[in-house]
Ligand binder design. Structure first.
Ligand code: 13P
Length: 252
């Protein structure tokens, strides 16, 4: 099974409002020549979602939320549901990002519920996993990554090939310290093997993105690895040209 590459830009707490619309327009423009075997996604803050989705109508760049709440509606002040993201024009949602886990106390169980809610609603989850520096140094990388993965992999297996996994080592996020292609490939291959134990079709169909200080100048060596199917890009996704260069680094 051939997997298309997926290059997703996580804007985090940046480019809300008019800036976001401008950035989305620039991304659509800059990525026009990206090869057809690459899918493109941007994840703006909630307040910019509808306007960005409108700006990207008829364009190849699709829109993701950065989070959701597992309930569809009700007394949950401050939260946004999967159906609301769909209504705002999203087809994707980033879930379980390490910033959500570390700063907002998200547990594996909550991430499971979020992945399940996204799949139920027809929103494609980009579920994030990854170890901290302390965990890597204690040789616990795979133990941690498998624990996080096992929490939601049965949900992904309900529709093999639909959901996406992002491996983002926490020590590489926003630090400029990118994992070497060997380090990344090793974990990606281990993740795919873990999926294979559950269902070979799931393992072959699931895209596993790498995230953590991906830039135009390191993207091609990472994307050339056999088990790296794309990138989840933070800082560099705020520059349309840089983001487009990353997307153009995917092998054809
Ligand atoms: P940076 O690309 O800024 O390191 O962020 C990675 C990330 O967290 C994407 O979700």
């Amino acid at each position: 099974m051939t997997r298309k590459y997926l290059i997703a830009g996580n804007w985090k707490l940046n480019a809300g409002g008019p800036n976001g619309v401008e950035l989305a327009g620039a991304v659509a423009q800059a990525t026009r020549e990206v090869a057809p075997n690459v899918e493109l996604v941007v994840a703006p803050p909630f307040t910019a979602l509808a306007a960005v989705a409108h700006e990207l109508e008829e364009k190849r760049v699709e829109v993701a939320g950065q989070n959701l709440y597992p309930k569809d509606s009700g007394a949950f002040t401050g939260e946004i549901s999967a159906p609301m993201l769909l209504e705002a024009g999203c087809r994707w949602v980033i879930l379980g990002h390490s910033e959500r886990r570390q700063l907002f106390g998200e547990t594996d169980a909550l991430v499971h519920d979020k992945v399940a809610a996204a799949m139920r609603a027809g929103l494609c989850p980009i579920a994030c996993i990854g170890e901290t520096l302390e965990e890597r140094e204690a040789n616990r990388t795979l133990e941690v990554v498998f624990r996080q993965l096992d929490a939601f992999s049965a949900e992904l297996n309900k529709r093999p090939g639909y959901g996406v996994i992002a491996y983002e080592p926490v020590w590489a996020i926003g630090t400029g310290k990118v994992a070497t292609p060997e380090q990344a490939q090793e974990v990606h291959a281990a993740i795919r093997k873990r999926l294979n134990d559950l269902n070979p079709t799931l393992a072959q169909g699931t895209r596993i993105l790498y995230g953590g200080s991906v830039k135009a100048d390191n993207a091609s060596v990472l994307l050339a690895c056999p088990d790296i199917d794309g990138a989840l890009v933070g800082g560099a996704s705020l520059d349309a040209e840089g983001f487009a260069k990353i997307a153009k680094a995917a092998p054809r």
